[in-house]
Design a protein around this ligand. Structure first.
Ligand SMILES: [Zn+2]
Length: 343
């Protein structure tokens, strides 16, 4: 009997909300939370409640000046006074601290050996938030705060972050660009917001080679994604030997999500989960923590998150097979990662 995955969600995540329309809103997760409490998952999951990340947790990633700005704009009349996408209101900083703290809560449970797999179903998302500024619906960088916490509290020095949100995780990349202690791999649609994440961005200083960007073409779907992640992660996990795998799990690459032109199916999110479980088993005693990022069609978001949860629930079976894709192979052909890794 596999161990139960830990799932974290909380209705206080609805509190970051404004009357104006935004793609990033509480309605993204309402039905999902309801389904996870339904009879289908009764007795299968361990559920957890978040704590608030402390100022020290947050300031390991973000500047004090940025936090000051957040407090100031949270009280402004116009919720878009700070940024044209990233609204701020009275409860925003509290909700964001609860989002980051939810990830820390699951990280503690994993490190303590209580669970192998965790999935923090939080909002607002985080991967666009840089040390000194929020953007793209992201207020605090949840996954970066978690990686910093793991370095500080548990002394980890080889953390792998995979970001499969359809947008480049510019914020996470910025935080860890100069360190070898966090290996950041992002697969995302090219020439899409925030217009960073070219293959040539590989890290600097001691971090050279520890940022891997896989910008992909419009219309890429399950086979291309599986080929690229199977090849790249298979290679780097074996060579880097991460002590934990963190995942910025964004669901906006789904074909039904109109924010992108990537065509992933619901089933792909289950398949990639199985791949990640294999890698976590090989390298790091199954330690695997997923953190929700984007996903703006509430229907495909819910279905795909549940496909991930179902993937976590299945016993580890055969590693998902990788079928050769010529279009995807061309992305790897001249990729600078070959200077650092054998894939
Ligand atoms: Zn996204």
């Amino acid at each position: 009997m596999p161990r139960q995955p830990g799932i974290l969600f909380d209705r206080r995540y609805y509190e970051h909300s404004i009357p104006q329309q935004s793609l990033e809103n509480a309605g993204r997760v309402r039905s999902l939370y309801h389904s996870l409490e339904g009879p289908e998952y009764a007795g299968l999951l361990r559920t957890y409640q978040p704590r608030e990340a402390t100022v020290a947790d947050i300031e390991a990633v973000h500047s004090g000046f940025y936090l000051e700005q957040l407090r100031e704009h949270a009280n402004a009349e116009d919720p878009y006074s700070y940024d044209r996408d990233t609204y701020l209101m009275e409860q925003s900083l509290y909700t964001a601290a609860l989002a980051a703290g939810g990830c820390l809560e699951l990280a503690d449970r994993i490190m303590g050996g209580e669970i192998d797999y965790g999935f923090a179903l939080i909002r607002p998302p985080g991967h666009h938030a840089e040390p000194g500024r929020g953007m793209g619906f992201c207020v605090l960088n949840n996954v970066a705060i978690t990686a910093e916490y793991l370095r500080r509290m548990y002394g980890l020095d080889r953390i792998l972050i995979l970001d499969f949100d359809v947008h480049h995780g510019n914020g996470t990349q910025a935080v860890f660009y100069e360190t070898e202690q966090v290996l950041f791999v992002s697969i995302h649609q090219e020439k899409l917001f925030p217009f960073t994440g070219t293959a040539g961005e590989t890290g600097s200083g001691r971090g050279r080679g520890y940022t891997i960007n896989l910008p992909v073409h419009q219309q890429f779907a399950d086979p291309e994604y599986l080929f690229l992640l199977g090849r790249v992660l298979g290679g780097v996990v074996e060579q880097y030997l991460p002590q934990i795998i963190l995942v910025s799990a964004g669901y906006d690459g789904h074909h039904a999500d109109s924010i992108s032109r990537i065509m992933l199916t619901t089933g792909w999110y289950g398949t990639v989960t199985e791949l990640l479980k294999h890698l976590a088993q090989e390298a790091c005693g199954n330690r695997l923590l997923l953190v929700l990022e984007g996903g703006y069609n509430p229907v495909s978001l819910e279905e795909s998150v549940l496909a991930t949860v179902d993937g976590l629930l299945r016993p580890v079976g055969r590693r998902p097979g990788v079928i050769h894709s010529e279009r995807a192979a061309r992305i790897l052909a001249n990729h600078p990662l070959h200077a650092f890794w054998t894939v």
